[in-house]
Design a protein around this ligand. Structure first.
Ligand code: ADP
Ligand code: ADP
Length: 228
């Protein structure tokens, strides 16, 4: 599903945000990306979603070589990727329903299909009863779940999240992680970037760790019993 071959990203400012990173993520995997602030997590996700271009190396996502994508092809490529942001980026001038509907409307779905899919997505994140509310009236955890519904409403085969629990307390974070596990269970490939190593350890999944732009770890961390 995802292949990075010797990828380096150097921003204009000169520093290598990623240095010779090679990795592969198979279809249907659930993988966490970790590392300290500045390690290169966001950069890796931006390369993966064709927001940024690599300075060197090759990136293949869903069989597409991103280096060969034309500017016009990028929006079509992105339609197959659901993206969840830390600050959820919801629009407070419209309802929960309309926030989730947005990607479908942009893609030109018929209103009846939009309604059906939006309700299915809201149901999956447990927010069907709040469809008419303005997201500003929701809690932080609920807002993040609306962001996740919006990311999956188009049924993407790849779901990518950048620090999705950054603003949430541990309980809500676990809930959000549970949702990612749920989507993964129905076949979605999921990549979650988070610096919360404690939370990640508890998930018992494959972890990729970056440090100063280099991939320093790839495996399933040993389980450590949590204090009661
Ligand atoms: P530091 O000592 O500054 O914490 P490390 O080299 O230990 O730096 O780790 C850098 C990052 O890589 C950590 O934030 C952690 O997320 C990740 N990491 C390192 N080793 C492992 C490991 N064995 N399992 C999971 N993640 C790891
Ligand atoms: P993380 O998501 O792990 O915090 P980032 O990918 O945001 O790491 O950043 C990796 C490195 O690249 C950092 O040193 C950061 O300052 C630098 N960086 C990130 N984005 C830019 C940019 N647009 N221009 C210049 N440097 C950047």
């Amino acid at each position: 599903m995802i292949k990075f071959d010797n990828v380096t990203k150097r921003y204009e400012t000169g520093q290598d945000a990623l240095a010779r990173v090679s990795l592969e993520i198979g279809r249907g995997e659930l993988v966490f990306l970790t590392g300290h602030s500045g390690a290169g997590k966001s950069t890796l996700l931006k390369l993966l979603t064709a927001i940024e271009k690599p300075t060197r190396g090759q990136i293949i996502v869903g069989g597409q070589n991103l280096g060969r994508l034309s500017r016009g092809q990028v929006p079509y490529f992105r339609r197959n990727i659901g993206i969840v942001f830390q600050n959820h980026q919801l629009l407070f001038d419209r309802s929960v329903f309309d926030n989730v509907a947005l990607p479908l409307q942009v893609a030109g779905y018929a209103p009846r299909d939009v309604a059906r899919r939006v309700r299915a997505a809201l149901d999956k994140v447990g927010l069907l009863s709040k469809e008419r509310q303005n997201p500003i009236a929701l809690s932080g955890g609920e807002q993040q779940r609306v962001g996740i519904a919006r990311a999956v409403v188009n049924k993407p085969s790849l779901l990518v999240a950048d620090e999705p629990t950054g603003n949430l307390d541990p309980e809500l974070s676990a809930e959000v992680m549970g949702l990612f596990r749920q989507f993964n269970a129905v076949g979605v490939t999921v990549l979650v970037a988070s610096h919360d190593l404690e939370l990640i350890r508890r998930m018992q999944q494959r972890v990729l760790a970056l440090q100063a732009g280099q991939l320093i770890y790839d495996g399933v961390p040993a389980h450590e019993p949590q204090p009661a």
